[in-house]
Ligand binder design. Structure first.
Ligand code: ZN
Length: 585
């Protein structure tokens, strides 16, 4: 028989602890303390309360919880000494069927991990969608995490314990994250279509890109939407209201990817609203406004080195001169569009009229570790960081590495090194400020020549323009100082300067209310990454909902991950937001 929330809220503390005894391994103190936090409004609220007890516990108690867990395929597992829950989970991951080599590898990893950190390695082996990791994936995760530092691994172990508890609670309650599972399955389906044999690359107007667009259109149609693919390749689905005077609330994100990217970046923000609309349509539920989901065709700039093609077209800001840009093979954007059956001349007609729009809300995986570190499945974005990018060229004198005395050198690379360290120091001075030198070259460099030239990129971002501009001014001044002292000439070219985009407070408030109703404390954070919402902000108010990103918050990488449960929570927040949406202002 499954447990219900009413049961848990109504029973005495002893019974509450007994029912939840198998959720956190050999640690009854967790439900004992959480019992006082009743009643819980939802299963999510219960999960959050149990997690909060662990997070606020002493380090010794946390270590006790971690050490109460068995090693993966360890001695206790072999001897049949695990709890019922652990036995089932390890067997489902096939850890009871290891080859002798795999078994030896796992024993060595267990020993090394324990020796390095003083506690066992813990992994929720059922994985992000509950279907289970295979043994190769488990060994890969183990090997990767062994390289981390102790504090990070302790935090990660606790997060994995929370994930194990989440899956056990789902079983106990007979609960399935239905919308989340759909989103994960769809992401898996289109995530398999790539321009390359290995990894996920989906660049503008390639075969994989066009196939993905067609599939998105199919899912939108099946969900009860009116669908078309526009001249720039955006997949547009409209869930129409019965009201004749209805305006349009827009949502969506991009379906292109970076080279060897993640399955959820962009795509979550298309698939999640489709799953939500399908849910509404199945119930015959209409909205008092039209809901438009846009799968933006291009945001990342991989093929034509120009970003936001899809969202800029919707905002009426598509630069028609871009059509003449060539890709690496010499094919123009215009030719690529015509080849895909589009009419590039019709792109200006895509532009939306601001007066038809109610706003734009984008759901996106966070692509960073903030929500992960706070133990929150979702968060509300306050502002999308503006960025400025420069190319810096330093010119010194190339001279003989053996004969040029140290005090007589004009070493362009050494100047670059000083610049990089200053960027790092200066950009650590404000919370949302970040600065990166991502490209660094010594053109025609040689092992026996003092570098006569050096080229470096510079990317500075912050949630507000004043913070970014102050950092930019300091960095430019320091570059001058360093170069003057070292007798280096420099030239700087401004490549990009985009202002920060604040999210609309009235939309943020409604997202926060929906988040609270989902059983989660509303948490606000800034977005360091650019998103389609930045472009759409030119025509309507925007807001964003972030979903927690696993694996330390890594993105633009095949390791990017999120869970079905977190996708479900974001979907429930979005659904609640739609049902309660009011136009404000
Ligand atoms: Zn993205």
């Amino acid at each position: 028989m499954t447990t219900t929330l009413q049961q848990l809220n109504a029973c005495d503390s002893a019974e509450f602890v007994r029912i939840l005894s198998g959720i956190y391994e050999h640690s009854p103190w967790i439900p004992e303390r959480a019992a006082a936090r009743r009643p819980f409004s939802s299963l999510t609220a219960l999960k959050q309360a149990l997690q909060a007890e662990v997070e606020s516990a002493h380090e010794e108690e946390q270590l006790g919880l971690i050490r109460a867990h068995p090693e993966l395929a360890g001695k206790a597992a072999i001897a049949g000494q695990l709890t019922k829950e652990s036995t089932g989970e390890q067997a489902k991951a096939g850890l009871n069927n290891c080859s002798p080599e795999e078994f030896a590898t796992l024993q060595k990893l267990n020993a090394d991990y324990n020796a390095k950190f003083g506690f066992p390695f813990i992994l929720a082996v059922k994985g992000p969608d509950g279907k289970g990791f295979n043994r190769q994936q488990i060994i890969a995760a183990f090997t990767r995490r062994l390289k981390n530092c102790r504090a990070d691994e302790m935090a990660e172990d606790l997060r994995q314990i929370h994930r194990i508890a989440e899956l056990r609670l789902n079983d106990l309650f007979g609960y399935t994250p239905a919308l989340g599972n759909t989103i994960m399955e769809w992401a898996e389906t289109i995530g398999a279509w790539s321009d390359d044999d290995e990894g996920l690359t989906c660049a503008y107007m390639t075969t994989a890109h066009r196939k993905t667009a067609a599939q998105l259109a199919t899912w939108m149609r099946e969900a009860g939407m009116e669908v078309h693919i526009d001249a720039v390749g955006n997949v547009v689905g409209r869930y129409l209201s019965d009201r004749p005077d209805a305006k349009t609330l827009m949502t969506g994100s991009h379906y292109d990817t970076v080279c060897n990217g993640g399955k959820y970046d962009g795509r979550e923000g298309i698939l999640l609203p489709i799953a939500v609309v399908r849910h509404l349509h199945e119930r015959g539920e209409k909205l008092p406004f039209h809901l438009e989901i846009v799968g933006f065709s291009e945001e990342e700039g991989v093929r034509y080195k120009s970003t936001f093609l899809g969202s800029n077209a919707i905002a009426g800001r598509f630069d028609m001169a871009l059509l003449d840009k060539l890709d690496a093979e010499g094919m123009s954007m215009r030719a690529a569009l015509i080849d895909a059956g589009h009419n590039p001349d019709a792109i200006p007609q895509i532009a939306r009229k601001p007066e038809d729009l109610l706003g734009f809300v984008e759901v996106h995986i966070e692509q960073g570790p903030v929500l992960l570190e706070r133990g929150l499945p979702a968060g509300i974005v306050t502002s999308i960081a503006g960025s400025c990018r420069y190319l810096v060229e330093l010119t010194g004198v190339a001279s003989h590495a053996g004969t040029t005395p140290m005090h007589m050198r004009k070493d362009a690379a050494a100047a670059a090194a000083e610049i990089i360290l200053f960027v790092e120091r200066r950009c650590a001075q404000a919370p949302s400020l970040v600065g990166t030198v991502g490209q660094l070259q010594v053109p025609h460099g040689s092992v026996n020549v003092v570098p006569g030239a050096c080229r470096l990129s510079l990317d500075i971002r912050a949630a507000d323009d004043a913070t970014r501009d102050a950092a930019r001014a300091d960095i430019l001044r320091e570059i001058e100082t360093i170069c003057a002292r070292r007798n280096i000439e420099f030239r700087m070219e401004l490549l990009v300067s985009a202002p920060a985009v604040p999210c609309a407070p009235w939309l943020m408030e409604q997202l926060a209310a929906s988040t609270a109703r989902a059983g989660i404390a509303p948490f606000k954070l800034t977005s360091g990454a650019g998103h389609d919402a930045m472009a759409i902000a030119a025509v309507t108010d925007v807001a964003m909902l972030f979903t927690r990103c696993g694996n330390g918050g890594i993105s633009h990488n095949p390791l990017e991950t999120m869970t079905a449960d977190d996708a479900e929570i974001s979907a429930q927040i979005f659904l609640d937001f739609l049902r309660n949406f009011r136009r404000d202002g």
